[in-house]
Design a protein around this ligand. Structure first.
Ligand code: SF4
Length: 695
């Protein structure tokens, strides 16, 4: 196709929270190329997913017609992926499908109350979709049982940040690594999971910023690091409290900053006194001298910043891990200035925005607690409906409540709990048990196979809406190609379903929804749809006309304007290795495949790069176990078994096995432990006992 025949659409990447801006070239209604644009978070760069993963939207596997479950197609908890769509569903008209979808939910609500309904929205959708989804569940069904995949990635980070500094948002963008003298990256593999953010990190290292990389698995960023701490899995608090101990013992903390801005310092001092590096070294596996050196480097550098990922958050002590990171920043005054701060690197491209928009069970938009009577009255007034005064259930709690018979109906938009939830046999058993399940998606996902009604919806490249990246940058995603067949816009489906469930909705489109959101969310004060449309990226909050890339420079948004230290104790992983299951299983992502693989497995290029379900172990461990790289192995835990190809990987520590969770052929979450962090309610995906055998 001649260059001048291409239509070029400015948009954003549909995958990770980096939020790279893209230029999508289209010919004959098909995407032919994606290039990077000069966005604030990518400066023309893209990773392999953003550049080559666009073809999923044009996959012949896209859903194109509304589907209704056949009367003779039982919901079986054991998924038979070989079953063709026509064996499970029949095609329906839109009117029949929407009527069936709404009627089933309304009947359950009217018979058993709103608490018998739950909704999973999506961090892959736009802010407007997230906002409307949670509004439908809260105002239309009268329940706060609404959640999304943030529960599975950074719920513990948000819980600790809200408690410690009064805001779940990042305090500075990841580009600020280049302004820092010292950067700690912990529990995150940026070159794999946030590749373009990693380019800023590498450039910072080249210019002299000192990096400390903490990860139980080795990783590429360690090549650029001053200190590489390959600590024992599950011992984050031991390692971080040892660093806090050094900072307190050697009086490396910022006395004046603490006096003016921080509370509970005495309690922290008392707690970390028992965590000397010498005592914690055998616990976390890092030499005491190195722990002391890292603590001194972080505390005494002029500007230090901390980035973390799901290696920190996905533990039963995930909130405690984050409390330690917050304490490091607060007692050293490394927050509120360029090149300092706290930055949980977000997973999905809109997980920040979806959480801000209220797609979580304990808070209305902007993290206003649903239990706050004044706030609730404000939302009741705005939405014209009485609202549930109790916190709703979280993702894993909803699955348990289905098994208990308390939840009978669900609306799932763009999520895939049959792949993403821990202990999948349990999760799939729950989905099979529902009396009424409506799934709105672009593919017949593992979850959609349990549905009563399937609504074919819009891919990212087909929709108009705003998306908020990890840096708090609200960016415009624009439609580049038409939807296939009879598929409809997600927002249109939400509005239609809402009306059929009794909502008095006549939104003309996303701009009108955004205006309503902005009127209710102080974080968006001064930001209009037109501004995002014109500027392509607007960082919130605004201070007058200035976009605040760094926050907490004038105190914290807590009641007393102070950051709060919350000391953390040692809490062991929920399930430790034993003679029966002697290894530690950890799960995660691959560079080429995104989360459950729903979008990247249908991409020809990405699937060709990583086509095969695998489990990775250290070559030494493989030899000791009498196994060979390339052979089939079973990985087994107390919850299930999968079969995958064994890969030799020197990054994986002895005693560990790593399984990515993107392969439906060998779903890692068959194996994982559903035990929850008590605060963030996030499951312990990063640690459970396992064994690996031949065959
Ligand atoms: Fe997309 Fe993230 Fe890759 Fe950027 S780094 S191109 S946002 S997947």
């Amino acid at each position: 196709v001649a260059e001048d025949a291409l239509e070029v659409v400015k948009s954003v990447c549909p995958f990770c929270g980096v939020g790279c801006q893209t230029e999508v070239s289209v010919a004959d209604g098909k995407i032919v190329r994606v290039d990077g644009r000069d966005g604030p978070a990518n400066e023309n760069r893209l990773c392999v997913k953003g550049r080559f993963g666009y073809d999923y939207a044009m996959s012949p596997r896209r859903l194109t017609r509304p589907l209704i479950r056949r009367d003779d197609a039982p919901k079986d908890a054991v998924l038979d992926m070989s079953k063709d769509v026509s064996e499970l569903f029949r095609e329906a008209t839109w009117d029949e499908a929407m009527e069936r979808a709404a009627k089933g939910l309304v009947e359950i609500r009217d018979a058993d109350g709103g608490g018998a309904i739950a909704g999973f929205g999506s961090a892959k959708g736009s802010n407007e979709e997230a906002y409307l989804f949670q509004k439908l569940i809260r105002a239309g069904f009268g329940t706060n049982n609404v959640d999304h995949c943030t529960r599975l990635c950074h719920a513990s980070s948000v819980s600790a940040l809200l408690e410690g500094v009064g805001s779940g948002a990042v305090s500075a963008p990841f580009m600020d690594a280049e302004k820092a003298d010292c950067v700690i990256v912990i529990g995150s593999r940026p070159t794999v999971n946030h590749p373009v953010a990693a380019t800023y990190f590498k450039r910072a290292a080249k210019r002299g910023t000192k990096f400390v990389i903490c990860d139980p698995r080795k990783q590429d960023m360690m090549l650029h690091a001053e200190h590489s701490l390959q600590f024992k899995p599950g011992t984050d608090v031991a390692m971080l409290n040892a660093m806090l101990h050094v900072i307190v013992e050697e009086e490396l903390y910022e006395r004046d900053y603490i006096a003016a801005n921080v509370s509970e310092f005495e309690a922290l001092k008392a707690k970390v006194a028992a965590f000397s590096p010498e005592e914690m070294a055998p616990v976390c596996g890092i030499d005491a001298d190195e722990l002391r050196a890292v603590a001194r480097l972080y505390a005494t550098s002029e500007r230090s910043i901390i980035f973390w990922g799901m290696g920190v958050s996905q533990h039963v002590h995930g909130t405690d891990n984050c409390r330690c990171l917050i304490a490091l920043a607060l007692i050293t005054g490394h927050v509120g200035r360029p090149g300092t701060g706290l930055h949980p690197l977000r997973g999905q491209n809109n997980v920040q925005g979806a959480s801000d928009a209220g797609l979580i069970p304990m808070s209305f938009p902007d993290y206003v607690p649903v239990t706050d009577p004044e706030a609730r009255a404000r939302f009741e007034d705005a939405w014209g409906r009485p609202l549930d005064p109790e916190k709703g259930l979280t993702v894993v709690e909803i699955i348990d409540a289905i098994h208990a018979g308390e939840i009978r109906g669900m609306y799932v938009m763009g999520e895939n709990p049959a792949m993403s939830d821990p202990d999948q046999n349990h999760a799939r058993g729950a989905l099979a048990k529902l009396d009424h399940l409506v799934v709105q998606d672009i593919f017949l996902t593992e979850t959609a196979r349990f549905a009563d009604v399937v609504l074919p919806a819009s891919a990212h490249a087909e929709k108009l809406g705003t998306f908020t990246n990890s840096n708090r940058q609200v960016q415009m995603g624009r439609p580049a190609i038409p939807m296939p067949g009879d598929a409809r816009q997600d927002l249109e489906l939400l509005i239609d379903l809402g009306k059929r469930c009794g909502m008095d909705w006549d939104y003309a489109g996303p701009a009108e929804v955004f205006a309503e959101m902005a009127s209710l969310m102080p974080s968006l004060t001064g930001i209009s749809w037109e501004m995002v449309e014109a500027e392509d990226s607007v960082t919130y909050p605004l201070d007058g006309d200035t976009q605040k890339w760094v926050i907490f420079d004038q105190g914290f948004p807590t009641k007393d304007k102070r950051g709060k230290l919350v000391p953390a104790d040692l809490v062991p992983p929920d399930e430790l290795p034993d003679s029966e299951f002697p290894m530690v299983l950890t799960t995660g992502r691959l560079l080429e495949h995104w989360h459950t693989g729903a979008m990247t497995r249908p991409s020809d290029v990405l699937d060709a790069l990583e086509p095969e379900a695998m489990a990775a172990m250290n070559p030494g461990e493989i030899a000791r176990a009498g196994l060979s790289a390339g052979q089939q192995v079973t990985v087994e835990t107390r919850r299930g078994t999968i079969t995958a190809t064994l890969r030799a990987d020197r990054d994986v520590a002895d005693g560990m096995v790593f399984v990515p969770f993107c392969f439906f052929e060998a779903p890692a979450n068959m194996l994982t432990n559903p035990s929850l962090d008590p605060f963030g309610k996030i499951p312990e995906f990063k640690f459970c006992a396992a064994r690996v055998r031949s065959g």
